[in-house]
Design a protein around this ligand. Structure first.
Ligand SMILES: CC(C)(COP(=O)(O)OP(=O)(O)OC[C@H]1O[C@@H](n2cnc3c(N)ncnc32)[C@H](O)[C@@H]1OP(=O)(O)O)[C@@H](O)C(=O)NCCC(=O)NCCS
Length: 167
């Protein structure tokens, strides 16, 4: 991996009186990341992601859009996401996930900053995404609004929530 294709950022996370400085590095997904990404999926399944989605994710990883990225800390993949789509006006946010052990430390926030930055840079007007009722409030924090809700759309107790994020 060329160093120039790695972008780093530092996040300060507050845990009680302890402040941790975490160095994130974003880089494009490569085939060697397959298992790490599947592990992140499995850790979030079935709480946030449905068992039936696993095959779809495996297929997605076999031929992911070039824009799919991983977020690393200390050489370990802890998050993934990607903006895809040929339309200049509208893009799609693909498979955004953070490993369960890294959740709550600001990784998702850094990913969303990056999504918004990348989208605006390419003059995208809106980003479509599909999530569940458990994570929809996370996307609302960044301005996304709900378009439709399908009760039990992913699995029993896990509704499908389609959202759009205007940029
Ligand atoms: C949703 C997800 C990406 C958030 O990542 P994270 O690293 O835990 O998020 P952060 O720690 O950066 O949190 C950023 C903010 O969002 C809030 N937040 C995080 N998850 C949330 C949720 N499920 N609902 C509401 N708010 C949430 C945090 O409290 C924090 O708020 P603050 O800025 O007021 O302190 C992560 O929980 C995840 O991977 N979930 C499972 C996979 C999934 O369902 N992905 C979406 C569809 S593919």
């Amino acid at each position: 991996m060329l160093r120039s294709s790695v972008e780093t950022a530092t996040q300060s996370s507050q845990f009680g009186n302890i402040c941790l400085m975490i160095d994130f590095a974003f880089r494009p997904y490569c085939n060697d990341d397959f298992q790490a990404c599947i592990d992140i999926f499995d850790a979030n399944c079935p709480e946030y992601l449905a068992v039936i989605e696993r095959q779809d994710y495996e297929k997605f990883l076999e031929d992911p859009p070039k824009s799919y990225e991983v977020c690393e800390v200390g050489g370990q993949v802890i998050g993934v996401f990607g903006l895809s789509g040929d339309s200049k006006i509208e893009k799609r946010l693909d498979w955004i996930m953070v490993g369960t052990k890294a959740q709550g430390m600001g990784v998702g926030a850094r990913i969303m900053e990056r999504v918004i930055h990348q989208g605006r840079k390419s003059n995208t007007r809106k980003v479509g995404l599909a999530t569940s009722q458990k994570v929809a409030p996370f996307f609302e924090k960044y301005g996304a609004t709900t378009i439709s809700i399908t009760k039990d759309g992913w699995a029993l107790g896990l509704d499908r929530v389609d959202m759009v994020l205007p940029l």
